[in-house]
Design a protein around this ligand. Structure first.
Ligand code: GLA
Length: 386
């Protein structure tokens, strides 16, 4: 990517006549802790070496221009106008972030911006969170606002709620803002306390297989899951009034509330409560260097997401099935919101190439779809690109 950066800088200077500030904002993976963030629970994500790059400079007028180089689209507006969601999806991430800055009392003057990205869109690697966080950091630096990174993550999340209509949790934005090279971050999504763990998988490597599909029910089903969890909490509260969210509930609370609950709501809650337990177990296993145990827990998560939370799909299940059957694959699961995107897998280093070859071949044979493979490295969170 670094060569392209110089090229884009040149294009920027040619177009706008001044040297841009360059910000890099990474995508993310998540080891475990899926659909737990909006239930005040625990997650274990990391920022990766695929990123969005934003080039920005003041325009010295009240007009702003956004240019999406990958899409060959642009959008002009006045930051002083009332901001409302527009038709071009990608523009909404920017408008949503400006809206958050304005709510926080910052005056955003005109600017010119270009961006490019090597995060594949729709792969569940959070390209949208990267855009929000990268743009937040860009505004903060350009106008010397010194917004801290946890605050930026919260603004990105709020922007997504208000301008993209997805009631997401904080995980993606937090990972993109706060990630640390070679570490995974265990985040308590209620208190936002966090702790880094070395991403040391010993003899194993993390490999992502991209299903290359994105079913368009993803956003609507996401919001439905969220409200089913809230519904479950309301029922559990009759049994245990100290439960404010599923993070507080135990399997015992749930068992006692089961008869008062719709069966589907019960399964959603069961998955989330079990998943929070698994995050703690993975952290322990990582500390002990027991990577085989991490692998087992990932497979458990996949089953939960497939059968109880029902956010998987045929393509993701196929990828996991084929990979698990191979020697050297010790665990994997669908990653992110679901209904497409990637699986995350732990594969013995000396067998990685064999497993990749076989999974790629079989996936195409069975479904007629090409998979893409990402062997990502764990990188730092958002910041200035030098
Ligand atoms: C999406 C959301 C996150 C999180 C995951 C599922 O990536 O943006 O907040 O809820 O799904 O874990």
């Amino acid at each position: 990517m670094s060569q392209d950066i110089e090229e884009v800088k040149r294009i920027f200077i040619e177009r706008f006549g001044s040297e841009p500030l360059v910000i890099r904002a990474p995508g993310r993976i998540n080891i475990i802790g899926e659909h737990t963030d909006y239930n005040d629970g625990f997650v274990l994500p990391a920022a990766i070496d695929l990123a969005v790059y934003l080039f920005i400079q003041k325009s010295d007028t009240d007009r702003s221009k956004l240019m999406a180089l990958n899409l060959d689209e642009s959008y002009s507006f006045c930051t002083q106008d009332a901001l409302v969601p527009v038709k071009q999806d990608w523009v909404n991430f920017f408008l949503g972030v400006i809206d958050q800055f304005q709510i926080a009392g910052h005056n955003i003057e005109g600017f010119n911006l270009m961006f490019t990205s090597d995060i594949p869109i729709g792969s569940g690697l959070s390209s949208s969170a990267a855009l929000e966080c990268g743009f937040g950091q860009a505004l903060s630096e350009l106008f010397d606002l010194q917004v801290d990174k946890v605050e930026l993550a919260k603004m990105g999340q709020a922007a997504e709620h208000k301008f993209a209509g997805v009631k997401c949790g904080i995980m993606d934005q937090f990972a993109s803002c706060m990630g640390r090279q070679d570490h995974v971050v265990k985040l308590d999504c209620r208190s936002l306390e966090y702790e880094f763990y070395p991403a040391d998988f010993k003899d194993y490597e993390l490999v992502l297989f991209d299903s290359n599909v994105k079913h368009n029910l993803a956003d609507s089903q996401y919001n439905i899951r969220r409200s089913q969890c809230e519904e479950g909490v309301k029922v559990i509260q009759f049994i245990n009034s100290s439960v404010a969210s599923l993070r507080d509930a135990t399997l015992d609370d749930l068992a006692r509330a089961q008869s008062e609950m719709e069966e589907v709501v019960y399964r959603r809650c069961k998955y989330v409560i079990e998943e929070n337990i698994r995050v703690q177990a993975v952290c322990k296993a990582l500390q002990c260097g027991n990577i085989e145990e991490v692998g087992n827990l990932l497979l458990e998560t996949h089953k939960g997401l497939r059968d109880d939370y029902e956010v998987s799909c045929k393509e993701l299940d196929t990828l996991i099935e084929i990979a698990s059957a191979r020697d050297g694959h010790i665990g994997g699961r669908m990653m992110g919101g679901g209904f497409g995107g990637c699986t995350i897998n732990l594969i013995e280093k000396r067998k990685v190439n064999d497993v990749i070859t076989e999974v790629t071949k079989r996936y195409h044979e069975i479904l007629g779809i090409e998979t893409k493979v990402y062997r990502v490295a764990i990188a730092n969170g958002v910041g200035r690109y030098n």
